[in-house]
Design a protein around this ligand. Structure first.
Ligand SMILES: Nc1ncnc2c1ncn2[C@@H]1O[C@H](COP(=O)(O)OP(=O)(O)OP(=O)(O)O)[C@@H](O)[C@H]1O
Length: 248
């Protein structure tokens, strides 16, 4: 199985069941380098399961996950190395509470890439500085607000220079006044050319930042297209129904 060189991620026929219930019914999806794709869909449609499958946190029952043409769903791959190539940030519980903010950011580079502590910390401090949080480097995560913690979690995910960043509803658990700072960070990463697949309920944000929108419904991709067209003129009745429910 092959994929064009500029394709970062290709999913082919991804299936996942929990017990008797199949929640992903054969997902096909390609993401090009520097593309920002918003994955939207009703609660329970399978967004989290799909993102977790991409970075091998969730096993799949069938299908293939290709990262730059390499089959990472092959059971022989080194999972830690794959996860360093695909950053994943969840809704919450992202940071290790017993590690300093800086150690959170540098851990993967040191363990997976074998970067020396001084080098990892230099880069980690640069990343923290870029989000205005270098002063918290030696603090534990509980000193930070939820929005600051999520921004550190995103920096931790990109500290290994991943080829793909997966964001799973990273603002959903935040107080409304903290959402903006996290969205601003994602926007700046998108503008810098980061390849992003993000599940989000923030429709205004998706419309502004995403190149493409993929609508998942009951474990199937039911619509996929350029963001502007998707929001302006959804093809599917269920897309219209979904957008009218979540519009904000
Ligand atoms: N570990 C699990 N065991 C059993 N069922 C699960 C498990 N994880 C997810 N599911 C089920 O799979 C379906 C898809 O869940 P998933 O969390 O992927 O949806 P989602 O689109 O991310 O939803 P939300 O927007 O609410 O986060 C749901 O019916 C959910 O209950």
């Amino acid at each position: 199985m092959s994929a064009p060189a500029e394709t970062v991620l290709s999913l082919r026929g991804i299936r996942r069941s929990f017990g008797e219930v199949e929640v992903l019914h054969g997902i096909d999806l390609d993401i090009a380098a520097h593309e920002v794709v918003a994955l939207i869909g009703p609660s329970g449609s399978g967004k989290s399961t799909l993102l977790r499958a991409v970075n091998l946190t969730e096993p799949i029952d069938d299908g293939v996950v290709l990262l730059r043409g390499e089959d990472i769903s092959d059971p022989r791959v080194n999972v830690d190395r794959v996860r360093a190539r695909i950053g994943l940030v969840f809704q919450h519980y992202n940071l290790f509470p017993h590690l300093s903010v800086l150690d959170n950011v540098t851990l993967a580079s040191r363990v997976v890439h074998g970067l020396r502590r001084a080098e990892a910390e230099r880069r980690g401090l640069e990343l923290l500085d870029s989000i205005g949080l270098a002063d918290f480097a030696t603090s534990f995560p509980d000193r930070l607000s939820g929005g600051q913690q999520q921004r550190v979690a995103i920096m931790r995910a990109i500290a290994t220079n991943p080829e793909l960043l997966l964001l799973d509803e990273v603002t959903s658990a935040l107080d409304p006044e903290l959402v903006g700072e996290v969205l601003a960070l994602i926007r700046s990463l998108a503008e810098a050319g980061t390849t992003i697949l993000m599940a989000t309920h923030e429709m205004t944000f998706a419309r502004e930042v995403a190149d493409r929108v993929v609508l998942l419904d009951a474990g199937r991709v039911v619509e996929s297209g350029p963001a502007a067209q998707f929001f302006a003129n959804p093809r599917e009745e269920r897309t219209r129904a979904f957008l009218s429910r979540v519009a904000r």
